[in-house]
Design a protein around this ligand. Structure first.
Ligand SMILES: [Zn+2]
Length: 314
């Protein structure tokens, strides 16, 4: 038997943001400061709402506690997460704790967080990846409206993450026919959008990717990427190389096409400051990504992959 978990309602495509009806007395949670968030709220046409716009990037569980403290007695109808991953994660956790519905509206795309049961927050200064059914959205609204004004580098990294998640997810041992169908379709949409300059299709592709990998997992590429994240390399950028060498190692059916996409987007070579041996030890403890990898991975394999990344041997 297989189980698939996706939001109850998904609104997507042109005008999804402005044509969706939002409940009265909802709390909007966002990282975006006033001139920007009021522009978004106008576009949504939302009325009678409350606003918490003090979510910090890479938020701490303390922020969730503050939100609950301030709003739990206000009879909220829903929590609306409006923003990037940080806003969505605070909305996921606080609405789950308060037992009220959540609506997730990603303004950056790529992670597919609006489709998944994942939630990333800092506890005692350390980032933790949580996965619980109660973090799933009651409604997600996906609209390419927000792409206007997103810096080119952010777009590039985001779409690379979406491609990596879709293709790694396809190969995950935790997958099934449904997740493979979604992941394959996600990559087809993203590949076409990247190669034929149709960036307006990125949010839809990343939504499909979220539905796919969110119901299985990512694999070796993501496991390799975290040693670069630790050195401050943006997530999507590190995947440009990490997922490519992982696909080579796994003999993935997406190896060639993923490489084409990376070349088209144009990424620099990755550098690793930590000694390869040490980095490999860090990768090896990431069982959450290595166990579902289609081929068993040894420390020697990881060292080889890291050396290939460093030397640009893709
Ligand atoms: Zn990712």
């Amino acid at each position: 038997m297989h189980t698939v978990k996706i939001p109850k309602i998904i609104k997507f495509g042109e005008n999804a943001l402005s044509e969706t009806e939002y409940p009265k007395n909802a709390l909007v949670v966002t990282t975006a400061p006033p001139p920007l968030n009021s522009k978004w709220l106008d576009k949504m046409g939302i009325q009678d709402y409350m606003l918490y716009d003090k979510v910090e990037p890479e938020p701490h569980i303390e922020t969730v506690h503050k939100v609950i403290e301030e709003f739990k007695s206000k009879n909220l109808s829903a929590v609306i997460g409006l923003g990037g991953g940080s806003s969505l994660d605070v909305a996921k956790y606080s609405s789950a704790e308060m037992g009220i519905p959540k609506i997730l509206i990603p303004t950056t795309f790529g992670t597919g967080a609006e489709m998944t049961t994942y939630c990333v927050l800092k506890f005692e200064g350390k980032k933790k990846l949580l996965r619980e059914d109660r973090f799933l959205a009651d409604m997600a609204v996906v609209d390419s409206y927000f792409m206007d004004g997103t810096p080119e580098a952010v777009l590039k990294n985001s779409v690379c993450d979406a491609c990596a998640q879709a293709t790694e997810g396809f190969d995950s041992k935790l997958g099934n026919n449904f997740t493979r169908t979604m992941c394959k379709q996600a990559f087809e949409v993203l590949y076409d959008a990247i190669m034929n300059n149709k960036p307006e299709n990125y949010p839809y592709g990343s939504m499909l990717s979220g539905i796919g990998f969110g119901n299985c997992s990512t694999t070796l590429g993501h496991a390799l990427s975290y040693v670069f994240s630790n050195e401050g390399v943006p997530h999507g950028f590190s995947l440009s190389s990490c997922t490519t060498v992982a696909h080579k190692f796994n003999k993935s059916i997406f190896y060639e096409k993923f490489k084409q996409v990376i070349e088209k987007l144009g990424f620099d070579k990755l550098d690793l400051k930590a000694p390869v041996e040490e980095a490999a030890d860090i990768v090896m403890v990431d069982k959450g990504h290595l166990d579902p990898n289609p081929i068993p991975v040894t420390k020697e394999n990881v060292i080889q992959c890291l050396n290939d990344i460093k030397s640009g041997n893709m």
